[in-house]
Design a protein around this ligand. Structure first.
Ligand code: 3H9
Length: 719
C-alpha cells in the first residue's frame, strides 16, 4: 500500500500503491507511517520523495471509509510527523493531488508537479472541508483570498496555475519523480523550518476580516443551505486569526459537525452514484464491461432547433464530424448561425480556434451516407419522427445507428418503422444540450447491447453523465416530472401562490422553483404535449374546463394561462411577470393572484394556508413514490440511477442526494405515512397512493438504499 525503495543511494522513495487513484485508505496510511519512520531512522537516507503508482499522486482520503468506523493511523498526526521530520520531504505530483492527497503534499517541504497534473481541495463537493490541515496550511502558502476561493469551490487547478499561486515549487514537463529526486538531492542540509507551513504566519492580506466576510456572504448566497462552504470560510478565517494549533482545533470541530451532517452523506452518496451510473446493465444481462462500443467518427444531427444545435455543438467540441440537416434554407441558416456562434464563443473562452471545419450544414439527407450514427432532434411528433426514421433508412449505411432525442415517445414504435431495430436507441438530451450534463440512453425491447454501449460511450465522450433507462412514456426523468408538476399546480388550486411554492423549493435547495423553471422553458411546450395526448380537445368547456380528465384529477390552470398567451419568459408573462419578452428577472404579477382567486371562486374551492413543509412533502415524496414504481417496472436499474437523473437533469440539490436518497434519509416509514395521508385527502390523485415497493421496503424494516436492489428482485420474482 506504500512501497519503500532506496534510490540514488540516499533517497527514500515512498510510492502510494492503491489504484486507481491511490486513495489514502487505512492500509496506505499505515504504509506511509511505517515508511516515514524507516526513512527517518535510516542514516543512509538523506531525503524522502513521495509519489503515487501509475502516475497518479493521490486522490485524497478513501471516501469509502467514511461510511464505516475509521481505523488505522489518522491523517493529521501522520502529516504532522512528515512535516516535523528532520530530512527534506518532496512530493512528486503526477496526475492528481486532491483533497488529502494535496494535504499530504502540503505536509512535505517541497512540491514538484508534472505539467499535466491537477491539484485541488474538493472536499467541499463531498459536504466536507479539508480536515488534514488543508484549511490551515494552504492559506499560509498562497494567502487568504486565493485559499478561500480554492477551498470553498473545490476547484482543481492546473500545475501551471499552482506554480503561479505558489502551491508548488517546480513544474516539469518530464517525469515528476525524477525532478523531485533532483530537487531533494539539491536541498539536503538546507534549513527546513522555512518550508514547514505550520510554522509560517498566513500570507498577509489587508482587511482579512472583510475578505472573509465577503466570502461568507458570497457562499451563503450561492450555496442555498449547504453547510460545507460556510464551514470552509470559518476554517480559513481561523487560519488567519488563530495560531496554527488553535486553527487545527477549529478545523477539526467544523469537520466533526459536517461529518455527522446528513448533507455530507448525501453528497458522498451522489459521488458514488454518479460513477455507478456509467456501469449500465440491461435486463438481458449485457453490461458495461462485457459489451464493446462502436467507434463514432462522423455523426448526423437531424433538426437544428434548440436541441439539435446544442447536440451538434457537443459533438463537434469532442472532435466528431457532424452533418447537420434542416428542411429549409431559412432554418438551416438560422441553425448554422447559432451553432457557429456557440462554437466561436466557446473557443474564444478557451483561447483556441473553433473546430468549424468539422461541420457540414445541408438540406440533403444524402450527405448522411457515410455517418456512423445519426441523432434525430426534430419536433416532438411521433408521425414526423417516423417519417424521418424511414427516410434515414434509405440513405444510411446498413450498420449506422439511429438515435432519437425524444423526451418521452415510444422508442420501440419508432424503431419498428426502420430496417434496423437493434440499432435504434434513445438519446434524451436536456436543454440546453451543450450545457446540461445529463443524457438518458433509452433502450427499446430490441435495442442491441452494442447500440446501447455505443450511445453510452458517445455520451461519455461528449462529457455527459449517462444513465441507461427503459422505454416507457417519459422514461425516468419526465415520467416523474409530470407528477411533480401536477402536485405543484394542485397546490395553487388549494391556496398556494407560485411564489410560495418556488420559495419552499428554493429553500430546500433547488436552484429555481418549479414555476420559474416553467417560465424559463416555455409553458407552451407542455401545452402542446397535453393537446397531443388528448387531455385537451374540442370537448373541453373553454369557460369552465373540467378538473377531471381521463379518470383522475386534472388542473386546467396551465392551459388557461397558455390560452392567454402567457408562455413564460419568451412572452414576458407566465407564472411571473418580466420586464420584456426574453428578460429573466421574475416579478410577482398581481394579475396571477387575481386569476387564481377567480379560479378558486369559480370552482368553489376554499383556499387554505399551505406550509413549506407540505410543498416539499408533496413534491419530493411524489417523485420518490414514482421512482419506486419505476424500479418495480425495471425502467431504472437502481435508485442511484434515478437520483443521478434528478441531480444532473432536474436541478435536484446535491446535498439532498436525489429523491430516492432523500426518501431513505427522511425514513421510508415517514414517507409512506405521509403519502397515505395525502392520498386519503386527495383520493382523486392515484399517483399519491404509496407504491408496492415502498410498502414492501417498510414492511421489511426500511433497509438502507444500497440494499433496495435485492428487495426489488424479490418483488419481481413474486409477480
Ligand atoms: C478528503 O481527502 C478528506 C480529507 O481532507 C481529510 C480527511 C480527514 N476515495 O472518478 P473516477 C474511485 S475527501 C475512494 O471514475 P477519473 C471512484 O469511485 C477526498 N474512491 O476516475 C472510481 O471507482 P470505481 C477528496 C475513489 O479518472 C475510481 O476511483 N478527494 C476516490 O474520472 C475512479 O474514479 C476527492 O474528492 C477516493 N478519494 O477521476 C477526489 N476517488 O472504479 C475524488 C476516486 O469503483 N475523486 N475513487 O467506480 C475524483 O475527483 C476523481 O475520482 C479523480 C479521478 C479526479 C481522482
Amino acid at each position: 500500500m506504500a512501497r519503500y525503495t532506496r534510490v540514488k543511494g540516499s533517497i527514500a522513495l515512498i510510492t502510494l500503491t492503491n489504484p486507481p487513484v491511490n486513495a489514502l485508505s487505512a492500509a496506505v496510511r499505515r504504509g506511509i507511517v511505517e515508511s516515514v519512520s524507516r526513512a527517518l531512522k535510516d542514516e543512509q537516507v538523506k531525503a524522502v520523495v513521495f509519489c503515487g503508482e501509475n502516475e497518479k499522486f493521490c486522490g485524497g482520503a478513501d471516501i469509502k471509509e467514511f461510511s464505516g468506523s475509521v481505523s488505522g493511523p489518522p491523517l493529521v498526526p501522520m502529516i504532522h510527523s512528515m512535516e516535523a521530520g528532520e530530512k527534506p520531504m518532496v512530493a512528486a505530483i503526477e496526475g492528481v493531488a486532491l483533497g488529502g492527497g494535496l494535504e499530504l503534499a502540503l505536509g512535505c517541504h517541497y512540491r514538484v508537479a508534472n505539467t499535466k497534473a491537477r491539484l485541488g481541495l474538493p472536499e467541499v463537493t463531498l459536504g466536507l472541508l479539508p480536515a488534514a490541515g488543508g484549511t490551515q496550511r494552504l492559506p499560509r502558502l498562497i494567502g487568504i483570498p486565493a485559499a478561500l476561493e480554492l477551498i470553498t469551490t473545490g476547484r482543481h487547478v492546473s500545475a501551471q496555475e499552482a506554480l503561479q499561486l505558489g502551491m508548488v515549487d517546480q513544474v516539469t514537463e518530464g517525469n515528476a519523480v525524477q525532478a523531485a529526486m533532483e530537487l531533494a538531492l539539491s536541498v539536503i542540509g538546507h534549513p527546513l523550518n522555512p518550508c514547514r507551513l505550520s510554522l509560517r504566519a498566513p500570507v498577509w492580506a489587508p482587511d482579512v476580516d472583510g475578505v472573509c466576510d465577503a466570502a461568507l456572504a458570497q457562499v451563503k448566497q450561492r450555496s442555498r443551505g449547504v453547510m460545507a462552504p460556510v464551514a470552509c470560510v470559518q476554517a480559513v478565517r481561523a487560519a488567519a486569526m488563530l495560531p496554527y494549533g488553535k486553527g487545527m482545533e477549529r478545523e477539526r470541530q467544523l469537520m466533526d459537525t459536517l461529518f455527522r451532517s446528513g448533507q455530507a452523506q448525501a453528497m458522498q452518496y451522489a459521488f458514488f452514484a454518479q460513477r455507478n451510473a456509467g456501469k449500465w446493465i440491461l435486463p438481458n444481462r449485457a453490461q458495461w464491461n462485457n459489451t464493446k462500443a462502436r467507434e463514432v467518427q462522423r455523426a448526423g444531427v437531424i433538426g437544428l432547433g434548440t436541441m439539435g444545435q446544442g447536440i451538434a455543438v457537443s459533438l463537434v467540441k469532442a472532435g466528431i464530424s457532424v452533418v447537420a440537416i434542416e428542411t429549409d434554407t431559412k432554418q438551416l441558416e438560422w441553425g448554422k448561425k447559432a451553432v457557429t456562434a456557440m462554437l466561436q464563443r466557446d473557443a474564444q473562452r478557451r483561447g483556441v480556434s473553433p473546430p468549424l471545419h468539422l461541420l457540414t450544414f445541408t438540406l440533403s439527407f444524402h450527405q448522411l451516407r457515410d455517418v456512423d450514427l445519426v441523432i434525430e432532434a426534430v419536433f416532438e411528433d411521433m408521425n414526423l419522427k417516423k417519417r424521418v426514421f424511414s427516410d434515414l433508412c434509405k440513405v444510411l449505411r446498413v450498420n449506422a445507428l439511429i438515435c432519437t432525442n425524444t423526451s418521452g415517445l415510444n422508442v420501440d414504435e419508432l424503431a419498428a418503422v426502420t430496417d434496423r431495430q437493434p440499432l435504434v436507441v434513445g438519446m434524451h438530451f436536456f436543454a440546453p444540450a451543450h450545457v446540461m450534463k445529463l443524457l438518458e440512453v433509452v433502450y427499446g425491447s430490441r435495442s442491441s447491447p452494442e447500440a446501447v454501449a455505443t450511445a453510452m460511450a458517445l455520451g461519455k465522450r461528449i462529457g455527459k453523465v449517462c444513465v441507461t433507462v427503459g422505454n416507457c412514456s417519459g422514461f425516468v426523468g419526465n415520467r416523474m416530472l409530470k407528477l411533480y408538476l401536477d402536485q405543484s399546480v394542485y397546490l395553487l388550486e388549494e391556496g398556494a401562490t407560485p411564489e410560495q411554492v418556488d420559495q419552499a423549493l428554493e429553500e430546500f435547495g433547488f436552484a429555481m422553483g418549479i414555476f420559474k423553471v416553467g417560465d424559463l422553458s416555455g409553458l407552451d411546450v407542455g401545452w402542446r404535449v397535453r393537446k397531443a395526448s388528448g387531455l385537451i380537445g374540442p370537448d373541453v368547456d373553454p369557460v369552465k374546463p373540467s378538473r377531471w380528465r381521463l379518470g383522475r384529477r386534472y388542473c386546467p390552470l396551465p392551459d388557461m394561462l397558455c390560452q392567454q398567451g402567457r408562455f413564460g419568459q419568451k412572452t414576458g408573462r407566465g407564472w411571473y411577470l418580466y420586464d420584456s419578452p426574453g428578460s429573466k428577472e421574475a416579478k410577482s404579477d398581481p394579475e396571477i393572484q387575481n386569476f387564481l382567486e377567480d379560479y378558486r371562486r369559480k370552482y368553489g374551492i376554499i383556499p387554505r394556508r399551505i406550509t413549506s413543509q407540505e410543498v416539499i412533502e408533496r413534491c419530493a415524496f411524489i417523485l420518490a413514490n414514482e421512482g419506486f414504481r419505476i424500479l418495480e417496472d425495471g425502467i431504472a436499474a437502481g435508485p442511484e440511477h434515478i437520483d443521478v437523473i434528478y441531480l444532473f437533469g432536474y436541478g435536484w440539490p446535491r446535498h439532498r442526494g436525489g429523491p430516492m436518497f432523500y426518501a431513505s434519509q427522511v425514513g421510508l416509514s415517514v414517507v409512506l405515512e405521509k403519502l397515505e395521508h395525502y392520498h386519503r385527502v386527495h383520493p382523486d390523485v392515484p399517483s399519491l397512493e404509496p407504491s408496492r415497493l415502498l410498502r414492501r421496503l417498510v414492511a421489511e424494516g426500511s433497509p438502507p438504499i444500497q440494499q433496495w436492489k435485492s428487495h426489488i428482485k424479490n418483488l419481481r420474482s413474486h409477480l
